[in-house]
Design a protein around this ligand. Structure first.
Ligand code: NDP
Length: 511
């Protein structure tokens, strides 16, 4: 549950609703219904009623709507960006690069690839008892999927998982974060215009309890959010044996080896540390630099960090936006103050920004950090870049793996074979060499965390098959009236079968 929930108020008609703020200004920009368990149950009934017809449309019919939606996103990008910015405080560029481009690409990708990833598969078996029979693996939609999303990327990480779930033939109920529900409502409008049948996609606005109620109603839960809430969701889902896929928090390390292109490493660390105000699950959250290039790296990062423009301006006028979730500012401040108290130095930033209202924290560079500090061990999820000097790559790998999380990571080195060998030793769901974070845009490549960063993954074949049930089919087309092993058992037939199994399996070499 969000650390500070929005106050809920009652409307004249007795309905509960909550306020949505623009975090760059602190102004209330909308009110949304706070739906309860009865509302969610009614939505679930509706979703289930219409799902068979949606499934029956086939990949082609569903794909037509998804492709229309791809164009709709591009045609309406400025409107969508305005909505995203109004509820997240991110810059125009952050919304364009990581939300519009992702959403538009994803509609096309799943329209084209759902039929490939979910096609019936012929299976060959060496089992003697099924010789001559047709064996098939089928991926059947689960029915009704619940998607619960966070506030940092309301299109990419909240709405994004609905696209493969719909492409697979499911109905979907999306519960967006109470902080950022407006983007989902805008996209629901788009899907309606593009012809999605009523009830196939529904948005359930509300607070944490709305998400909890959704877990009880659906056939599968796709959750993206904090590790703490992910555990609660998994616990609740266990009551109904509902499958879950969990995309959780991260503390992504970057390793800069002594032979790295320091310019590229510094630019990448700064960009993917500060992108979206550092509120990205796969942000560069901590950097380990080998001693020979440490001073040069720190100098380059520091110079460039000082030049960053933070604010709420039009496209091209600012680099870093506001924080989206007000309590996140307190977390960032706590991490920086804790680091300072334990001996870290702040080279850039280190304070709440001076702005006309809203929730801000300055782009911040920290050095002289170590693993006793929250800034190195807990997810900060803000515009901070703590940099630590390490003796050698062994220490860098040890430090990178000294974390409860395992979402993303990056390694920089000119000898890419060597850097790749280092990358293979990092405990993370995805590791980039001479890059960071951009792997997320490759929808063919699985993206998911290990350790406390999650269970399951999105993208690739697994990113859509998780919204389906694997059904095994065995078809006996040509057969005798009775197979030899069937009743009545006879000693003669049993002896023959025993010999046959011995012939098949009993000739292996002994060690
Ligand atoms: P939260 O865990 O606070 O919330 C996530 C969603 O869960 C929100 O919609 C929230 O509703 C809802 N929720 C809260 N309580 C419950 C409950 N008991 N049962 C069901 N749903 C509930 O995460 P944040 O929104 O703060 O998102 C930030 C986190 O998400 C970070 O840790 C980040 O790393 C992670 N993240 C991971 C990604 C990945 O791919 N691995 C991608 C993006 C973010 P409400 O907001 O109304 O409380």
């Amino acid at each position: 549950m969000a650390a500070t929930e929005q106050p809920v108020q009652e409307t004249a008609s007795g309905k509960q609703e909550f306020a949505v703020e623009n975090p760059a200004t602190g102004e209330v920009i909308a009110h949304c219904p706070d739906l309860g368990a009865a509302d969610i149950a009614a939505m679930a009934r509706r979703g289930r009623e219409v799902q068979p017809a949606w499934d029956a449309l086939g990949f082609e019919g569903r794909g037509r709507i998804l492709r229309r939606m791809q164009k709709w996103v591009i045609d309406h990008q400025d409107e969508i960006i305005a909505v995203i910015r109004s509820e997240t405080g991110k810059t125009y560029e952050d919304a364009l690069i990581a939300e519009i481009s992702y959403g538009a690409a994803a509609f096309g990708f799943w329209a084209v690839n759902a039929p490939k990833y979910l096609a019936d598969e012929k299976v060959k078996s060496s089992a003697v008892l099924v010789k001559g029979k047709k064996l098939m693996l089928r991926h059947k939609p689960l029915g009704l999927i619940g998607v619960i999303g966070p506030w940092n990327y309301p299109l990419t990480n909240s709405f994004g998982d609905c696209i493969p779930a719909l492409a697979a033939g499911n109905s979907v109920i999306l519960k967006p974060s109470e902080i950022t529900p407006l983007t989902s409502l805008k996209l629901a409008e788009g899907l309606r215009e593009c012809g999605i049948p009523e009830g196939v996609f529904q948005v359930a606005t509300g607070l944490g309890a709305t998400g909890a109620a959704l877990v009880d109603q659906v056939d599968m839960i796709m959750f993206t959010g904090s590790t703490a809430t992910g555990k609660k969701v998994m616990q609740k889902a266990a009551e109904t044996l509902t499958p879950v896929s969990l995309e959780l928090g991260g503390k992504d390390p970057m390793i800069v080896l002594a032979d790295a292109d320091v310019d590229r490493a510094a630019n990448t660390a700064l960009y993917y540390g500060m992108f979206n105000g550092g509120q990205t699950c796969i942000s560069v959250e901590r950097v380990y630099v080998e001693a020979p290039v440490y001073d040069e790296f720190v100098a380059k990062v520091t110079d460039r960090a000082r030049a960053l423009r933070q604010g709420d301006g039009p496209s091209g006028s600012v680099d870093v936006g506001s924080m989206t979730f007000p309590p996140q500012v307190d977390i960032v401040e706590r991490h920086v103050e804790d680091a300072k108290a334990k001996g870290a130095k702040v080279l850039v930033g280190g304070a709440r920004g001076e702005h006309d209202g809203g929730y801000w924290y300055e782009p911040t560079v920290l050095v002289d950090v170590d693993h006793t500090m929250s800034a190195m061990m807990e997810e900060t999820f803000g515009p901070t870049l703590p940099i630590m000097k390490v003796r050698d790559e062994e220490e860098a790998i040890k430090m990178a793996n000294d974390s409860p999380y395992g979402l993303g990571a990056s390694v920089f080195g000119r000898d890419t074979r060597h850097a790749e060998a280092v990358a293979r030793r990092v405990e993370a769901g995805a590791v980039c060499v001479n890059d960071a974070l951009i792997n997320y845009s490759a929808l063919e490549l699985p993206m998911g965390g290990v350790k406390a960063s999650g269970i399951g993954s999105r993208h690739g074949a697994g990113g859509i098959r998780k919204f389906t049930q694997q059904q095994a089919l065995l078809v006996t087309r040509f057969a005798t009236k009775k197979d030899p092993h069937m009743y009545p058992y006879s000693a003669k037939m049993t002896a023959r079968l025993g010999k046959f199994f011995g012939f098949l399996y009993g000739r292996g070499k002994r060690d």
